[in-house]
Design a binder for this molecule. Structure first.
Ligand code: HEM
Length: 310
């Protein structure tokens, strides 16, 4: 091989890189001589990934249930990956904001359009059997889903509708946490007692949630939108994209999830308890839940009728 000037330039670049961290270029070149060529399976870690599916029963459709949840968690991770890049950018340009929003939105579109895998892709009889082995666990305990919410909107929009008046910018994060809309699924409001579902969830994640809530209070997607130039904030195409993301997460996905839950939970001998034990029908419908990330982008009428006729 001829040592062309292009190769010498590369060696020079490498030398600068290693010198900066006190390393010898020659040693690293020697390492390269013995390094194994990379394969697809090592790079993607296929073996590790495909060994993460452990059934608790012998029912084949439990595998569909486990794997689809894992696919969801991977996509949640992709959403958070983009969200973090967008939100940690001090002053994103219109191009960066739009690009990241579209990526995030596409991932959630994928989750929404694929939800039939849950609704139609399992035998009801099998579901009704294997669900008993996963009680009291629930998708409710997906931490990444909560992080996406914190990163998307101002905290006030995640507070239970009934308590919004008691919360403002001076309220402690601890107090806000206790009044998040999803506390309703895990608390008996007469006795105030929390269920095992939520106690276990909080024991594992509450500290992380409080840190994340505080961090994203000032840098969430809505706050980044407000940093854009005024004419961009009025851009019809961008507003449409923001509304699409809001509606996809908070109505379309929620209804896909609600309908799948109804199909299975109500399939046998009248209404059954949810595995997590919530008053799920009341809790999960967008009409009652009223979780809206960007209320400023909807008309009064749209807000009033949120989640109706879906
Ligand atoms: C047949 C499939 C499913 C059924 C029957 C179902 C049922 C339920 C029920 C009843 C709840 C309310 C909490 C409880 O008491 O458990 C819930 C919450 C939840 N589930 Fe599912 N679920 C299914 C699939 C999924 C999938 C694939 C995901 C994706 C990760 C998921 C994520 C969630 C989340 C994030 C919540 C909390 C929603 C909120 O707080 O608004 N679920 N699910």
């Amino acid at each position: 091989m001829e040592a062309t000037s292009a190769i010498l330039d590369k060696l020079n670049d490498l030398d600068k890189k290693f010198e900066a961290i006190g390393q010898k270029t020659e040693t690293h070149l020697e390492g390269l001589v013995w390094a194994k060529p990379i394969t697809y399976w090592d790079y993607i870690q296929t073996d590790a990934l495909l060994n993460l599916q452990t059934q608790r029963t012998t029912l084949p459709d439990e595998m569909v249930f486990i794997m689809y949840h894992q696919v969801n968690e991977l996509l949640f991770k992709m959403i958070l990956w983009e969200t973090e890049q967008l939100c940690e950018n001090d002053v994103p340009t219109t191009e960066v904001f739009t690009e990241k929003l579209m990526r995030i939105s596409r991932y959630f579109d994928m989750l929404t359009t694929s939800f039939d895998i849950m609704g139609d892709g399992m035998e009801v009889e099998q579901y009704m059997k294997f669900r008993n082995t996963l009680t009291p666990a629930s998708g409710f305990q997906s931490a990444q889903y909560r992080l996406i919410e914190f990163a998307s909107t101002d905290l006030i929009n995640l507070i239970d509708n009934r308590y919004r008046g008691t919360i403002d910018r001076n309220t402690s994060y601890e107090h806000a946490f206790e009044h998040l809309y999803w506390q309703a699924a895990g608390k008996d409001y007469k006795t105030g007692k929390k269920s095992y579902l939520i106690n276990a969830f909080e024991e594992k994640y509450k500290d992380e949630f409080l840190r994340y809530m505080e961090k994203y209070n000032t840098i969430n997607i809505w706050k980044k939108f407000q940093q854009l130039p005024e004419d961009t904030q009025k851009d019809a195409k961008l507003i449409k994209a923001m509304r699409h993301y809001d509606y996809t997460v908070n109505v379309t996905w929620v209804m896909g999830h609600y309908n799948a839950a109804a199909k299975y939970i109500e399939s046998k001998d009248g209404p059954q308890e949810a595995t997590g034990g919530s008053d799920w029908k009341k809790y999960m419908h967008p009409r009652y839940q009223r979780r809206i990330f960007f209320p400023e982008l909807w008309s009064e009428e749209e807000l009033r009728t949120w989640g109706e006729n879906v």
